[in-house]
Structure formats: structure tokens, C-alpha cells
Design a protein around this ligand. Structure first.
Ligand SMILES: [Zn+2]
Length: 258
């Protein structure tokens, strides 16, 4: 069973009239990306207004902050379609042909998807902070639901469910293939961490204890003020230790752009 709440998201539970409890026995098949067409704060306000019947599980801000509104084991109302006379219809009653081939005839897609809103407008390019936070969330979700992310299948845009009303959700600049590759690389790197990295693994242990992420390269030597250090780059910082002084590991934030 997946965790209900993402440990690195801000938990902002919304009113219970805007989502459904459980998933009606469905298993999550895909993560659906959306554009909020507004701010992260405004998205919470909209989803928390009673009886709106609208929600998503998450919203990611341009600054990289992640809000979570609905447990991922509950059904958010972001990707809904209605099934009548063996056809799909939008909420406004227009017949629609989803291109998403894993849609289950007769079962509302909300029941087997996780939805992520993104702050901003559909024409915009995501900020690097938003892109990185999205990757981090995708990786966490892929672990929770044991999903391998594949564009058009398990990683989709709202337009692939509703091309009538949502053709521009999340927008033309969203890099599905790059995200899928990033998450695959993160997954592979995570598996590598179970292999011995060096005799001490002091840098690795330190990085894990301090939530600095995963190694981005092998260890390398550094000489400073006549002393020899071993350093290693992790996602969120550069970790280093003076040779022989293995219990005294230090770290520094990576400079911007490196
Ligand atoms: Zn959408």
C-alpha cells in the first residue's frame, strides 16, 4: 500500500466534498500532469472551496514547493470523464475520444490516476526548480505504485484524457521523455547505492543522514592547504572529508548553476 502523504510535500488537506475516499478498487495506472493556469496559493483556495467537485493530489510551485491536497490512496477530481452509451463524454456533455490507450472503458480515469498541478500558464516553460521538484515527486510516486514511467502510458498529460476541453493542459513545453529518463536515472542511481562505494562509505553515509540525495559521480581527491581530502558530489551538496579523519565529514551547498 502506498503512503497517503508525500513526506517532502506540504500537507494541505482540502475539504472532503472535493474528492472521493478510496479508489473503488482500482490500481493507479498513470500520473497525469496539469497546468494550474494560476498560482499555487490560488489552486489550494479553489480546491478547498466546499462542493467545487474539483481537486488534484498535488500542486508544484515555480519555486519548487510541493503542496499535497488529497491522499494518493483517495480519488482526486482532476481527470474525470463520464461514460454513457459506450462512449466517453466531458463534464460539459461533449463526446470525446481519449488518446490514452490505457483508459479503462466505463471506469472514470480519476480512479486510477494521480494528478499533479503546476503553477503558471500553459505557454510558459517550467522553472528549473519546478522541473526538479516534479522529478522528485514523480520518482516518489513511481516507487509508491511500482510504476515505470513511460510517456503516453504511465506518464501523461491531461490532454491525453480530454483533448476537447483540455488540449492545452499542461501545455506544449512539457518534456515527458526527459522526465521519464530522469526518473529512470534516479531509480538506477538509487539501486547503485546498495553496492559498496568505497571502503568507508563515510561520504555516502553522511549524505544520506543529511538528506543530500544521491551521488552524482565517484569520489575524487581534493588538496587544500596542504591536506588531502576526498570529496563527492551529491544532488544537494558537495561532501568532503580529510583523509584519515573519517568521522569528521563536512559538506557545502553546491553553487548555483553547477
Ligand atoms: Zn488539467
Amino acid at each position: 500500500m502506498a503512503l497517503d502523504w508525500c513526506p517532502f510535500a506540504n500537507k494541505r488537506q482540502i475539504v472532503d466534498s472535493n474528492y472521493a475516499s478510496g479508489r473503488g478498487g482500482q490500481k493507479v495506472q498513470a500520473i497525469v500532469l496539469h497546468i494550474a493556469e494560476g498560482s499555487r496559493a490560488g489552486t489550494f483556495a479553489e480546491f478547498n472551496a466546499p462542493n467545487k467537485l474539483k481537486s488534484a493530489h498535488f500542486c508544484i510551485g515555480k519555486d519548487g514547493a510541493i503542496d499535497q491536497y488529497v491522499s494518493i490512496n483517495n480519488t482526486a477530481f482532476a481527470n474525470g470523464l463520464a461514460w454513457k452509451n459506450n462512449q466517453w463524454f466531458t463534464g460539459s456533455g461533449v463526446q470525446v475520444n481519449p488518446s490514452w490507450r490505457d483508459i479503462i472503458s466505463g471506469v472514470n480515469p480519476n480512479a486510477y490516476t494521480v494528478s499533479i498541478e503546476h503553477e503558471g500558464k500553459f505557454q510558459e516553460t517550467w522553472t528549473p526548480e519546478m522541473y526538479d521538484a516534479n522529478n522528485r515527486l514523480l520518482f516518489w510516486l513511481s516507487e509508491q505504485f511500482e510504476l515505470t514511467l513511460t510517456p503516453n502510458r504511465s506518464l501523461i498529460g491531461h490532454w491525453e484524457i480530454n483533448p476537447v476541453d483540455k488540449a492545452n493542459c499542461p501545455g506544449p513545453n512539457v518534456e515527458y521523455a526527459r522526465m521519464a529518463a530522469d526518473v529512470a536515472a534516479i531509480s538506477a542511481a538509487k539501486k547503485l547505492t546498495w553496492m559498496p562505494i568505497n571502503t568507508d562509505a563515510a561520504l555516502y553515509k553522511f549524505a544520506q543522514e543529511n538528506n543530500l540525495g544521491y551521488p552524482q559521480m565517484d569520489e575524487f581527491p581534493v588538496n587544500a592547504s596542504g591536506a588531502n581530502y576526498i570529496a563527492q558530489v551529491f544532488n544537494l551538496g558537495i561532501v568532503y572529508v580529510r583523509e584519515g579523519d573519517w568521522g569528521n565529514v563536512k559538506w557545502v551547498k553546491k553553487p548555483e548553476g553547477s
